[in-house]
Design a protein around this ligand. Sequence first.
Ligand code: SF4
Length: 713
Amino acid sequence: MSSAESSGEERVVKTVCSICYCSCGVLAHVKDGRVVRLEGDPDHPWSKGALCPKGLSGIELLYHPDRINYPMRRVGERGEGKWQRISWDEALDTISFHLSETREKYGPEAICLATGAGLYSNYGTMGYFGYLLGTPNMMTSGYICFNPSGIAAWATIGYAGALFAQEMVNEEIFDAQCILLWASNPRNTHPYPVGEGILKQKQNGTKLIVIDPRPTDYAKKADLWLPIRPSTDDALALGMIHVVINEGLYDREFVEGWAWGFDRLKVHIQAYPPGEMAGITGISEAQIVAAARLFAQAKPGCIVQRVPIDQNRNAIQTSRAIFILNALCGNLDKKGGNLLPRTGDVLTENEMKAQMEKLPRSVLEKRIGAQELPVLSGPDGASRIVHPLFWARAVMEGKPYRIRTQITSANNQILRDQNSRTVLEALKRLDFLATMDLFMTPTAELSDLVLPAVSWLERDGLRGHPGYPYLIPVQHRAVDPLYERWDDNRFFIELAHRMELDMPWKNEAEYIDFRLKGRGVTFKDLEGINVLTLPKEYERYKNGKFQFKTPSGKVELYSTVLEKFGYDPLPRPVRPPETTQEFPLLLMGGKKSLEYVHTTGRQISLLRKRNPDPTLEMSPDLAQELGVGGGDWVWVETIYFGKKERVRFKARLVDGFPRQVVAVEHGWWFPEKREPLHGGFESNVNTVIPNDVFDPISGSTHLRSIPCRVYKD
Ligand code: SF4
């Protein structure tokens, strides 16, 4: 506590919220050692003083009575919910014992390090720890979240993270002449001023195109709304490319100077005229043509594409088609367009993860899934992560070998991954599972050891802003970690020291300074600063400051990289699963709300009051037909590996919603239910989504158009 605080005065800490990737600026008011008020930082470049309800509930998150505050070890049967408090010393000794034993008996690859998005900080130290252990097996949620579009970028321009710039709303949109929201609803996923800014832009003359089956606020106000049939975005993008090429609307200078394979694309695209794509997408030919013309003629246009594109059986080729459309229109690295990545002086989380690639090739080839999904998991691929489908096979069947020990950080895997019941069984089969998290989730409940993690107001750090390479958010703790909560970076550093592994940093402060290397500052110098701004430059490929890292050194419209792996070098549409008489509706899983990021937040009363129940959106016409009223509980049923499975949601009737589609929120469990699984299968949409329909390149599960039926509870 500072002397000002002890005299009852307030201290203001300038930091950033890290509940989601947006990293909004926050002023945290601290009095008598407690955070008493949060407000948005008006000087922050993109949040401009606004915070969403998740950010505003940071104090409740910090002091929530259900937080995990001490290390605990299981004393009953696995999943029985009986725990005993232990010291950090004992926890570190226990974990290092199990890791060492597994490594000696079965080899380091029998250890898996798994992380979700809950803490958003640990990829670097966890990745390095994996490298030191000698295991190639690190599992993230990337296979359904940004990795597919990242792989598409890798296959097109040579950088796996590049499509982030097309996926995150950033301030470039304010200079765009046309904003294309593709499966994106920024009001629910981005800072308020940015989400509202798009609508203001529209009032000021910027054109707005929205591609979304749902009638979002943006769709209603757009110049063009294309209410697409779910999971047919590949066909729509190809139809638009057809128009752009055949009408000569593409950027000739860019294509001649920086694109590879245009002639082959031109021949290929003739198979996808907008008239035919209309039949697949449910969008009229006239609308496809109008959208292509409007977007191509805007100088520049900017695309904001989100994860529904990642979550389908043709994820890579869909993202490739959208990226190609954007490149043909000359929007890459333009002011007001979509920026190319910046590499160099700050070691990003992903670059840290690549430390794992120092492992010998013979070890990397052993990564689970390296044979089945070489681009996602193989030594020459883009992402280098383990896919949960193959993880479960390894744990349960020992194919190609058994995963026995797992360290999990903020990764509520039972809710996160499809085929949830198999995930549950697999977690139970592990010899040893340690989980670091903020709360006892259904996944944490299955652990042998649980570790207390800090929340964002207790942490220092640098955050990557994946959508915007010119800003580095800087996080300062408002208070020191409460109880015995640890920063997850501290955990991996101390665990490495305990195991006498050669971790290069003594503590998390050194790790942060390491990431600042080359910038001429240390973290101490950044007091009072919550964002570092780097000088902006555009069209860097023209002066050699940016190089496309493809074999041709250009934007590969025709991907020689995918061709080398045996995949189609040019995108083609794949038809999504069809409805049947028994399952006549299409289920869109994975809908986002303003209140929750994935599986988090259901304990927070401020958020739960706003969004108390898992909801299913449907059209009033469909509801009437099914005898369902708004607020009624309904079952959603699918055919799941030959059996029927169902989950429960509360109906919400939405005018203008497509008649044949229903959309549900993902990530629902009920922390208030005191049984160990906390209702983790009641309204968890992943219970009814099998993971056997997936993209052959990335392994992305088909989540956005599953044949289903709905009936009243
Ligand atoms: S959008 Fe909300 S949750 Fe995300 S960083 Fe900003 S305030 Fe936090």
